[in-house]
Design a protein around this ligand. Structure first.
Ligand SMILES: NC(=O)c1ccc[n+]([C@@H]2O[C@H](COP(=O)([O-])OP(=O)(O)OC[C@H]3O[C@@H](n4cnc5c(N)ncnc54)[C@H](OP(=O)(O)O)[C@@H]3O)[C@@H](O)[C@H]2O)c1
Length: 220
């Protein structure tokens, strides 16, 4: 399996538990990558198409059972008054465009895999139906980027079904990471374990769905 944003938070924990479960893990992260450890590490800045190209070159001929598009940024949380065009587009590039580019770049690796799953780590904050029910944070860029990622999930599910590739949107809960902050209620360990359980059970019948780490279906 290959996961993005594996330097810390949920990505680091998912890489760790998949390796513990016996998977070969290709943990991607930007900046310098440590040479030693239980997972293979490759450099990847998901916002940089040249970095995606270099990753694809390094992985030629390597079958990938599972791609987890996990890397994300939150961006400005101040609301309409503090929204800045460049900042908005930076968030869209990492959270919405990069998963699409990476899925396209690794399409033949995924077709060569047995499990054939793309898991997009989304957020309930990007749900049109549920995102503002109990959360009034003003993060326009983050919400819009995750809503866009959800449409990418649905469209990729349609396009890749013929290749037997399932595509999921997953909400990890409000998780105790740098992004989630100190008030978050779900531990990294229980979020990652819940996400892994959903991914491990997923097949084409689940493709194009949006689920939370606890198994609940999230409305789009
Ligand atoms: N925490 C929550 O409550 C929560 C709730 C809903 C959804 N999520 C989603 O869950 C996923 C994981 O979030 P988290 O809480 O673990 O966040 P986090 O602690 O802030 O970690 C974010 C990860 O993304 C990486 N990243 C950011 N930009 C990148 C880029 N351009 N290229 C490569 N890697 C990049 C970071 O790498 P660096 O170390 O290099 O910065 C880091 O590894 C995200 O998709 C997030 O939107 C989280």
């Amino acid at each position: 399996m290959l996961i993005t944003g594996a330097s810390r938070g949920l990505g680091a924990e998912l890489a760790r538990i998949y390796a513990e479960d016996g998977w070969r893990v290709i943990a991607c992260q930007r900046g310098a990558v440590p040479a030693e450890g239980v997972v293979d590490r490759l450099p990847l800045d998901v916002a940089d198409p040249a970095s995606i190209d270099a990753l694809v070159q390094a992985l030629q001929g390597v079958a990938i059972d599972l791609l987890i598009n996990n890397a994300a940024v939150r961006g400005d949380t101040g609301g309409l008054d503090t929204l800045k065009p460049d900042g908005f587009l930076d968030v869209m590039r990492v959270n919405a465009l990069a998963p699409l580019l990476l899925t396209r770049a690794l399409h033949s690796n995924l077709k060569a895999g047995e499990r054939r799953i793309v898991a997009n780590i989304s957020s309930r904050a990007g749900s049109l139906a549920e995102g503002t029910l109990d959360d009034d944070e003003g993060d326009y860029a983050y919400r819009c980027s995750k809503a866009a990622l959800n449409m990418a999930t649905v469209k990729l599910a349609q396009d890749l079904r013929g290749d037997g590739i399932s595509v999921l949107s997953l909400h990890p809960g409000w998780v105790q990471t740098d992004m989630g902050g100190s008030d978050a209620v779900v531990s990294v360990a229980s979020s990652a374990a819940g996400l892994k359980a959903i991914i491990d059970r997923a097949d084409l019948a689940d493709s194009g769905s949006f689920r939370a780490f606890d198994g609940r279906q999230v409305s789009w």
